[in-house]
Design a protein around this ligand. Structure first.
Ligand code: IPD
Ligand code: CA
Ligand code: CA
Length: 283
């Protein structure tokens, strides 16, 4: 794909994410009226704000890229014919959003529909008025300025973003924290995986370990890290140009990726992180 086409995808991603952010922020002003439901259980929330935000994002994608496929968390999959597929998380960090916290994000990414190679991605953190964006081969920018991952290679000086994983992964969270806590500078658990990856890309964290993600959670954030000079993969190793299909995302500078993989792997022992739960995103 030519650079001009990649630029066009990024422009559309930006428009779509901005439209979504407006809807989500508008709903915050009337949050007491939101109907909140539990999806898979008490840790998996959804509201009208999530659904209407995704509707707004998809309207922009349909207007500017009518032939593309879309996979969104709340409204599912739409087949395309162009070879491009969008991955949309309208509100990543719904729990934080519903509690009135600032750590949630809107995530929009375009990838190659056949192989999942990431083409363009935007993460907006609306409460912080911050947009971080990248397209393949073009570097990462936040609020319009180029950014790069921190070139840290000393574990003891590493700030690591973590999450706890899907329900069946959570029993390993104590071992994971135990493995990291005494070896790194500190840990952070924010409410949004997309924002955690944006933090790595923009030097607001050194690394992120985010098990149990779906493609819409991580696609845009993974591209932000890769284009900012970072490395992304899972506990089996590095992945080039795309997110790990396991959904267990390790993102770091080149010097930290292997040391962190070595620290984390024993914490999960023989417990497969990812049985069969990965979304079949390629239809
Ligand atoms: C969740 C957030 C959270 C992560 C979960 C995700 P959602 O997304 O990214 O930080 O720990 O795995 O499901 O449900 O708020 O869109
Ligand atoms: Ca999410
Ligand atoms: Ca979501």
């Amino acid at each position: 794909m030519r650079d001009s086409e990649l630029d066009e995808l990024l422009t559309t991603a930006r428009r779509a994410a901005r439209a979504g952010a407006r809807v989500a922020l508008d709903w915050r002003a009337h949050a007491d009226r939101l109907l909140v439901e539990e999806k898979a259980g008490p840790a998996d929330l959804v509201s009208q704000a999530d659904r209407e935000t995704e509707t707004a994002i998809r309207a922009v994608l349909a207007a500017h890229r009518p032939g593309d496929g879309v996979l969104g968390e709340e409204h599912g999959a739409l087949d395309g014919r162009s070879g491009v597929r969008w991955l949309v998380d309208p509100i990543d960090g719904t729990t934080s959003y519903l509690y009135g916290r600032s750590d949630w994000a809107v995530s929009v990414a375009a990838c190659d529909a056949a192989g999942g190679r990431l083409l363009a991605g935007v993460v907006v953190e609306p409460e912080l008025d911050r947009m971080t964006e990248a397209r393949r081969g073009g570097g990462t920018r936040t609020r319009g300025a180029p950014v790069a991952v921190l070139e840290q290679d000393d574990l003891a000086r590493t700030l690591v973003e973590v999450n706890l994983g899907r329900p069946e992964q959570r029993p390993r969270a104590a071992a994971m924290v135990g493995a990291l806590a005494s070896r790194v500078r500190d840990l952070r658990r924010g409410g949004s995986a997309a924002a955690a990856l944006a933090n790595v890309a923009t030097a607001r964290a050194d690394a992120a370990w985010l098990p149990g993600l779906q493609p819409w959670d991580c696609a845009a954030g993974v591209l932000l890290v890769l284009e900012a000079g970072g490395v992304v993969g899972d506990l089996d190793g590095r992945h080039e140009g795309t997110w790990p299909r396991s959904g267990d995302v390790l993102a770091a500078s080149k010097g930290l990726f292997e040391p962190l993989r070595g620290l984390l792997s024993p914490a999960y022992g023989n417990h497969p992180l990812r049985p069969d739960a990965v979304t079949d995103w390629v239809k």
